[in-house]
Design a protein around this ligand. Structure first.
Ligand code: AMP
Length: 216
């Protein structure tokens, strides 16, 4: 099962991604996670990506396409994969089709989780993470059970990702919205786009996602 999970930043891609990979046992390939790991490890690629990410801009296509091509060449993707955060524009989408085609593969479905932009600004600016283990929380929807203590590791220090700060969030959304529409049309024309209402509970969103995937 070769999937792309789409949705603007904050639409709940990460949460749905976790549910999908556990349920269907396929690797989760998140370009955002790959960049964050590279920045943490201070690799050359991480240093290059950091300036773009901190400003709420997209990393250049040739950098992202190269990273995805390397990842899709790994053996664990032969039985299927789920891309999250990639492609973000038509250049990347076409590059992905070519990569797969050259390898005798193709996409089976694109899951697009839709949430209205004003809801996304509120959601994203409210997001914060545990400094120790990276667990993700949200002041609006998902606070730690005990205030100031991480549910996962018991840590007490939290931080907000630079790209979740309000000024950056608006820029990040604007950049993504502009690019998102042609991408949605591209996959719609290919007949593999599935729109999901992301303004429901996590469980109900997943129910709709699962319904699509079991019927592929
Ligand atoms: P995400 O966690 O998917 O929101 O990604 C965080 C940041 O990484 C984005 O705001 C971009 O700067 C960068 N990024 C992730 N995926 C891509 C991509 N496919 N193309 C360009 N930049 C990306």
């Amino acid at each position: 099962m070769n999937l792309v999970l789409m949705g603007l930043p904050g639409a709940g891609k990460g949460t749905q991604a976790d549910l999908i990979i556990k349920d269907f046992n396929i690797p989760h390939i998140s370009t955002g996670d790959i960049f964050r790991a590279a920045i943490k490890n201070q690799t050359e690629m991480g240093k290059k990506a950091k300036s773009y990410i901190d400003a709420g801009n997209l990393v250049p296509d040739e950098v992202v396409n190269g990273i995805v091509a390397e990842r899709l060449a790994q053996d664990d993707t032969t039985k299927g994969f789920m891309l999250d955060g990639f492609p973000r524009n038509l250049v990347q989408a076409k590059a992905l089709n070519k990569m797969l085609e050259d390898d005798g593969r193709q996409l089976d479905a694109v899951i697009n989780i839709h949430v209205a932009p004003d809801v996304l600004v509120d959601r994203l600016s409210a997001r914060f993470m545990c400094k120790n283990c990276g667990a993700s929380y949200n002041r609006l929807y998902h606070k730690p059970k005990v205030e100031g203590t991480c549910d996962v590791c018991g840590g007490h220090e939290f931080f907000q990702r630079d790209d979740d700060k309000p000024a950056t969030v608006k820029n990040r959304l604007d950049v993504n919205i502009k690019l998102n529409t042609p991408l949605v049309d591209f996959y719609k024309n290919q007949g593999i786009l599935h729109n999901i209402n992301g303004e429901q509970s996590i469980e109900d969103v997943y129910k709709d996602v699962r319904e699509v995937l079991v019927n592929l």
